[in-house]
Design a protein around this ligand. Structure first.
Ligand SMILES: C[S@@+](CC[C@H](N)C(=O)[O-])C[C@H]1O[C@@H](n2cnc3c(N)ncnc32)[C@H](O)[C@@H]1O
Length: 266
């Protein structure tokens, strides 16, 4: 890594709390270099000086680092497995569920979870925590107003049941909105809450280094109840899940190892 780039990511870390050295270097550097060049800076040093003096440039940088693309029912087939296999398994064990949508971006994912759960369990018996690093994304998530392009996978039934048209956009209805709590959380540095039955973390692990991933898997494992399920994105299979305390439950779903019942053998 060039000295100029290392210094830049250290300074950005100090300023924003975001440690870019834990994101895959080639990808991140390419993205930041193109942004730097677009703003007319030949090195990261002068680009950082400009960021210090112009909060808009810093906003732009943060926006480029956090790729917020999302949609409802992203990779639809996986959500069908969630509904027809994972959910019956979870509801068989418990009458209340605690769910975490980590790196939820603008809210499509946690709202999708609420829509899937609603026919099976009263939503006041479900806690859905939805977190992201990016406060701008979280603000949009709370507004719950979406353009058609994020609704491509939404069936007409779901559309009429859970959305209301507002101009050319669609707003998620209050019952669904109320069931999700949004909160800022950095997966690389903040404390992880515990006792989740289901953790959904999709389409963000691809950006992290192998070391960062290992730590995050360990933290998620710790955050799940025994037998709890971890749902990943469709390009994010875990290599050797056992190393991180998981068993394969279905493609893209992992289960936290269950403690053996310890009883008297006699
Ligand atoms: C591509 S979106 C994924 C949204 C959603 N999970 C999905 O699959 O559609 C990636 C999100 O990860 C968030 N993110 C990036 N680094 C993060 C970190 N260190 N901690 C928490 N969220 C992070 C970004 O802000 C962005 O909203």
């Amino acid at each position: 890594m060039s000295h100029d780039y290392i210094q830049f990511i250290e300074k950005v870390h100090r300023k924003t709390g975001i440690d870019l050295s834990q994101y895959k270097e080639a990808q991140m550097k390419r993205r930041l270099t193109s942004l730097r060049e677009k703003r007319g800076h030949h090195d990261f040093n002068s680009y950082y000086d400009a960021l210090e003096n112009d909060s808009w440039l810093l906003e732009e940088l943060l926006d480029r680092m956090t790729i917020n693309v999302s949609e409802f029912y992203r990779n639809r087939k996986r959500f069908e497995v969630l509904e027809h296999k994972v959910l019956p398994y979870l509801l068989d064990k418990k009458k209340k569920l605690r769910i975490w949508s980590a790196a939820c971006s603008t809210g499509e994912e946690p709202y999708t979870l609420a829509m899937i759960l609603q026919p099976y369990i009263p939503l006041h018996q479900v806690e859905i925590l939805a977190t992201d690093l990016d406060v701008n994304a979280l603000r949009k998530a709370e507004e719950a107003l979406y353009h058609e392009r994020s609704l491509k996978e939404v069936s007409p039934d779901i559309l009429s049941k859970y959305f209301r048209k507002e101009g050319s956009s669609y707003r998620v209805i209050d019952d669904i909105r109320k069931s999700v709590t949004f909160k800022k959380h950095n997966l690389l540095s903040d404390r992880y809450q515990r006792d989740f039955d289901l953790i959904v973390c999709r389409n963000v692990m691809i950006y992290f280094t192998e070391d960062a991933k290992k730590t995050i898997y360990k933290n998620f494992n710790h955050s799940l109840v025994d037998g709890g399920i971890f749902f990943v994105g469709s390009t994010e299979q875990i290599f050797s899940p056992q190393k991180h305390g998981f068993e394969v439950y279905d493609s893209f779903f992992y289960q936290k190892g269950q403690k053996q019942a310890t009883g008297n053998a006699f």
